[in-house]
Ligand binder design. Sequence first.
Ligand code: SF4
Length: 442
Amino acid sequence: MPSVNSTIQLITREEAQAAGSGAPASTCTPGLAEGPWSFDTASASGAWAPSYGPGASLADPAPAATPRQGEIPAEYRLASDAELDARILAAKDKLGDKLVILGHFYQRDEVVKYADFVGDSFQLARAAKEKPAAEVIVFCGVHFMAETADMLSGPDQAVILPNLAAGCSMADMADIDSVQACWDQLAGVLGTGPDADGKVPVIPVTYMNSSAALKGFCGENGGIVCTSSNAETVLEWAFERAHRVLFFPDQHLGRNTAKAMGVPLEQMPMWNPRQVLGGNDEAALLDSRVILWHGFCSVHKRFTVDQIDKARADHPGVRVIVHPECPMPVVDAADEAGSTDYIRKAVAAATEPTAFAIGTEINMVNRLAAEYPQHTIFCLDPVICPCSTMYRIHPGYLAWVLEAYAGTGELPGGEVLNRITVPDSVAVPARVALERMLAAKP
Ligand code: SF4
């Protein structure tokens, strides 16, 4: 199977609009396969506004506070693939058990091949714990994942994000100031105290794909974290304690989960942080069960019902499985919806040769196809456009951070570059919200 790197396709806003998809146009470019430093340095120098770079997220505005990556030494930018490979392996060998490399399911093959663990964000954050001898945890994922790993790892372990510009456009759609402003407005409409049954008016629930600050906000305000695997369990936990939920940042996971639990769509108003009361009137908020933040994943919003119809026409009997970050009509039209872990297990459990049309990130789909050649496994979206923020981790950055810690001929080593740390003022309440999630797990 050709690598994603060689098959990324160009989508322009104009083409997407001309195709009449009705969806917001997004952009992607084969330039994504090049070294991402040109985007990082241009952005860091202020030549253009913060951006997520080329890829599915390009059309989404990045907040001004988005971390930027400075220029890395030329030797890493100019090195051949073979040279980077040799240097990464040598540094890994030298560091041995002092190092653990974590690779997200959506990470590119050229990086994930060095990972000691491959998994979803929460699996990886917990995997770091299983390597207490590791002094450094190099997280080949995105910023919020590295934050979670820092909060769950030991105090003497340093978490490194090889490229600071590897953020997540969805996580960035809910910032702590906007959520606090929403919370204050909701208190004005819904009140704050519990009723005679002890239920509070609203509980905040944040998806794992959010900043540590939002996890801390939930910990401080009686709230909880959820993953795409346990969102229903977490909502049940919240409904036992509150009349309604404020769910952020992913509207689709919130809507799909609550709908499956029987919550009517009319009781799921959207909160637009740019409008007073999120664009709602008081009556709608008082009648609500789940208030959905106006956030989404740039990768998963690309999937459509038309793609499912085509997959069914081309492959009669195909099993369509999509991620719950996809829009509701897509989840409704699919045979199944589930987390990356669910999708992996569904494919692994199929005993007969099966056609699977999968609605999630292309690197993961291609890896499944290579791992299970007895099945026909393909991505619902025919356009190859990976998660662009995950793609900001390039082997050049990995070699840079590893050699700084391991040392080379000239460098003594011991230098921790791009360390991600969460201050105790945030980490302590965030851990409370994470522990509530673990306790709620059936
Ligand atoms: S796939 Fe979507 S939610 Fe995941 S890191 Fe990329 S932009 Fe964020």
